[in-house]
Design a protein. Structure first.
Lengths: 348, 321
């Protein structure tokens, strides 16, 4: 692996609340090499968004504690003075958020908001910035950009707004783009277009961290996948390895719950039993243990990310014997199906 | 934008007309009151009475009566007060208007500047000691009634400390704009007194708006763009928070110019519209009341029309609504 662009080490984010400290991200480590697309997946509340917000220091709540190291090009972002951090935000690391409907300031034109970003980081004239804004809008696929640049956000559709937000993010050619569920609020055809846009950006040399809970999106675009559960990394590896030989029971559950186009029709889509772990009550051991069908005594101890046999880049945090994972996965699947059938019979 | 402004003014005119009809109906179409007898004055002989009745069209149908009344009030301007015979309504209002406008415009400038500064500062410093302190000042301002505060100010500046600290304060009253220095000096304490109340209200309101705006997604976007905290606060959060403040300002400003600054005017001996209305009400001086009500309605409606247009400038979403 080349020298990583972003190297996050032992990141912890906790919230002070009335009822005690709630840990949203618990010792997360990952790295993004230049030019790679990393897909970060997990259920709601698994700490995906919070960890990325912490990377950019966008959590302003004084009751939030962030610790660990976030090395970007060798500099620790968490220790950077505020004005140097500002120079990193937007210029070197850009971020796109989930809901394009509220992500733009309603009282300024789209072009103004793109130009504002350019002028925050580069000494260019208003006119030049405006011209760049037109160019960027047409790059992200907005027709008639020269006139749409003067439109207000409310005059744009959801997909167009997300394009505009992406245009802002791209305006300074960032080395890293963090996209926090950029397609969740959009309909499927628009989703595909936005993903194409990410791919194009990646082809121009930017690394991308794509946060999503949609396994389909990850399988289309990511080079590497990080599966998160309960604020920790459950599994991490190249996309092929994770999709074709998933090792962590949580990943099995995620993949099995995706409806399939081919094959026999399932009576019921498999789900992961139980509810996602609450960040307020993370278990001492494996966070997924309470929902895992294969838990045993060792799961009371916290597993670390470790590579399986002969797979250096594919790591997982699970105590199950490394070499029998595929077989174990089959047993859980039949067990789940059997239980579901029994449920269905009992109900009928 | 121009289309919007024209439309807004047309509807303002309509509202003005409706108010004038309403005022006319309440005062001059009330059964059991003979306006002719009141206009002609006490002990008028039947010939005069008949002449008044004819001149004001009191023997004619209601719409004609309305038109004649408006003509006497606004075109001929010869409608006289019931109480002070010989003093006409319109000149009285024209005389009182600059006094009230001086008071309210000056106070409005002060309270908007102070309110916006205090509200924004409190929102930006929330979680620190300065925030509740600023808000406390705001509450004190809101809780002090203008008549009491005005009396205290007068007591201090005119009597207690007039010999030493406040020897430069002129006696209460109004000096025209012909002497700008004296005008400002005479208005200074009335301005501050009136502004204190509104500055408190606006600061509290704006703080809430800015705090809400700072939690919005677009502020997070702005932060992710690498903008400075100051720019995020002023250009994004404050800019969006001003929209509701402006509509409130329109209502307050219109009402104050229309006579709601009465207490301040009375305390500081300013012969403004509020004072005029108050005196007319005490004597049931119907023509003056009608005149001042129409005047007040005019300013309330005008202020609201201006605010709506300003609102559309501030909020692009309102332009097509």
């Amino acid at each position: 692996m080349p020298e990583p662009l972003l190297d996050v080490r032992d990141l912890r984010v906790s919230f002070r609340t009335r009822t005690g400290t709630v840990t949203a991200v618990d010792g997360l480590s990952f790295a993004v090499p230049p030019g790679e697309i990393l897909g970060v997946v997990g259920e709601s509340g698994s700490g995906k968004s919070v960890s990325m917000l912490a990377v950019l220091r966008l959590i302003t709540n004084p009751n939030v504690l962030v610790s660990g190291e976030v090395l970007f090009r060798g500099r620790d972002l968490l220790a950077l003075p505020a004005d140097e951090m500002r120079a990193v935000r937007g210029r070197e690391i850009a971020m796109v958020f989930q809901d394009p409907m509220t992500a733009l300031t309603p009282v300024y034109t789209v072009g103004w908001q793109i130009a504002e970003q350019i002028r925050a980081h580069e000494r260019v004239s208003r006119k030049a910035a405006h011209a760049r804004a037109v160019e960027l809008l047409s790059d992200v696929g907005i027709p008639d950009a020269a006139s749409r640049v003067n439109a207000y956000p409310h005059e744009f559709s959801g997909g167009m707004r997300q394009r505009a937000v992406i245009a802002i993010a791209l305006s300074c050619d960032p080395a890293l783009l963090i996209a926090d569920e950029p397609t969740t609020a959009l309909d499927v055809t628009v989703q595909a277009q936005i993903l194409d846009l990410m791919r194009e950006l990646n082809a121009r040399g930017s690394a991308v961290v794509l946060i999503t809970h949609d396994m389909g999106v990850v399988s289309q675009i990511a080079d590497r996948v990080l599966v998160m559960y309960g604020g920790r990394a459950a599994e991490e590896g190249p996309r092929r390895a994770v999709f074709h030989g998933p090792r962590h029971p949580y990943t099995w559950g995620l993949l099995d719950s995706v409806p399939r186009v081919g094959g026999p029709r399932l009576r019921r889509l498999p789900t992961i039993a139980g509810v996602p772990v609450s960040p307020g009550s993370l278990p001492e051991g494996c966070a997924f243990a309470p929902r895992c069908r294969l838990r045993h005594e060792r799961c009371d101890e916290r597993p670390e990310l470790s590579a399986g046999p002969g797979a250096g880049a594919h790591r997982d945090a699970c105590w199950l014997p490394a070499d029998h994972r595929a077989a174990l996965r089959l047993t859980t699947r039949t067990a789940t199906a059997g239980a579901k059938d029994l449920d269905a019979e009992a109900a009928s | 934008m121009l289309h919007f402004a024209l439309k807004r003014f047309a509807s303002a005119l309509l509202v003005m007309f409706a108010i004038s009809v309403l005022v006319f109906l309440i005062f001059f179409a009330t059964p059991g009151v003979d306006p002719a007898a009141r206009i002609a004055g006490r002990n008028a002989d039947p010939a005069t009475l008949a002449q008044v009745r004819h001149s004001f069209g009191l023997d004619r149908p209601m719409p004609v009566r309305y038109l004649l009344m408006m003509r006497h009030l606004l075109v001929d301007r010869d409608l006289e007060s019931f109480v002070n015979r010989g003093s006409r309504v319109i000149p009285q209002i024209v005389q009182a208007t600059p006094v009230t406008l001086s008071l309210v415009v000056g106070a409005a400038v002060i309270w908007m500047v102070a309110g916006i500064l205090m509200g924004t500062a409190a929102a930006a410093l929330r979680g620190r000691a300065a925030d509740p302190l600023i808000m406390l000042v705001g509450v004190v301002g809101v809780s002090l009634p203008a008549y009491w505060l005005g009396e205290v100010v007068n007591l201090v500046t005119q009597k207690q400390l007039h010999g030493s600290l406040f020897s430069w304060v002129p006696p209460p009253g109004y000096v025209g704009l012909a002497h700008p220095g004296q005008w400002a000096l005479h208005m200074l304490f009335p301005w501050l007194t009136l502004a204190l109340l509104y500055a408190g209200i606006y600061a509290r309101l704006l703080r809430g708006e800015v705090v809400t705006a700072l939690g919005e997604d677009y502020v997070r976007t702005a932060r992710a763009k690498g903008l400075s905290e100051r720019r995020i606060l002023v250009r994004h959060a404050l800019r969006c928070s001003l929209i509701p403040i402006v509509s409130l300002f329109g209502l307050d400003f219109g009402a104050l110019v229309g006579g709601a600054a009465l207490l301040t005017e009375v305390v500081f001996g300013l012969p403004g519209i509020g004072k005029l209305t108050y005196d007319a009400l005490q004597n049931l001086d119907l023509p003056v009341i009608m005149g001042t009500v129409l005047y007040a309605a005019f300013f309330v409606v005008l202020a609201n029309a201006l605010v709506d247009i300003l609102y559309a400038r501030l909020d692009p979403r309102a332009r097509h609504a």
